[in-house]
Ligand binder design. Sequence first.
Ligand code: PMP
Length: 392
Amino acid sequence: MLLSTRLQKLQPPATIAMTQKARELKQQGNDVISLSIGEPDFDTPDFVKEAAKKAIDENYSHYPPISGYPELKDAIVHKFKRDNNLDYKPSQIVVSTGAKQSIYNAFQVIIDEGDEVIIPIPYWVTYADIVELAGGKPVFVETSIENDFKASAEMIEKAITPKTKAIIYSSPCNPSGSVYNYDELKAIAKLVEKHDLIVISDEIYEHIVYGEKPVSIATFPEAYDRTVTINGLSKAYAMTGWRIGYIGAPQWIAKACDTLQSQVTSGANSIAQRAAITALNTDPSETHYMIEAFAKRRELMMNLAKEIPGFKVSEPKGAFYIFPDISELFGKTFHGVTINNSDDLANLILDKAFVATVPGSAFGIDNCLRFSYAASEENLTEAMRRIKELLS
Ligand code: PMP
């Protein structure tokens, strides 16, 4: 008996593998600091929890509508207008079990066997796997710290072939924290129109930014009819476990996602959906205290990382990661371990300094290491002290 070929190729994300190894070391009694996790370290705000309790008492215990409660879709329509200046109708919205499922749905409904999807590197771990699960072929576009880890329209155009169907990116980017600006996205919008491509714009970190507000590519008329805007409540509202994500998309894509979902999940959790209505209808300033904390930690982490020999640090404009280039350390030996790639360094740092990070290889770029600063200032300071000592 054999697993399907599709599943034999599938591996759990490296972020989860690192978290697992860190947990094992902790169980053995080591003082492990985990900076590998991609979720806010805050609790879900009380006003959202209260809405969920009320939903339980009001017996929201039946199957919800497949693509989401009408009140939630209205809240999402309102949110898209308020935060992104995007006009969607409720029929263009589909609520799913996390943004991860929203992305999965989108590729399942647009990709045929052999279709190519352009993914700028570094990318969120799951994109390539989701494309492959749909029978598509990821085509990567390399970037580096020198161009702020962003792929320009010219770079993307070079990767386009007659088989290219779509492009996916996150802005703010996990792992680099880069944010595409207006001109960069305008150029990409023109490009996708010229080549008749679909854009999957992952905007899940939109509220966690430290400067200019990010632009949604669907605001450009060239891109609106071909963009699936992905978002969710995991990051902005510290609701990772509630599993609510959603799309705003052209109607034909939204309808297909609805049909797919009707055969797969029957819709997202009813209580979490009711809580999401309250979350999205609340002014985003209510959760600013999290962003203020992230902003302080970002400063702290950039300053501490700059002091570590061999770390080249760029300034993340959003999300809660720093992504230093560590390639200067390649070929060097610490505690008898020679560092040849990002996996070697991540393992050394975990084994000797008991700090969990994620190697850049997980995001397609071996020159870097990802540190999440969704952790206390005390833990961040101690983690970076240990790493500095280890590599000095
Ligand atoms: N996109 C990006 C860029 C992410 O970092 C994550 C979460 N790590 C997701 C999507 C998935 O979010 P959700 O919890 O809503 O599935």
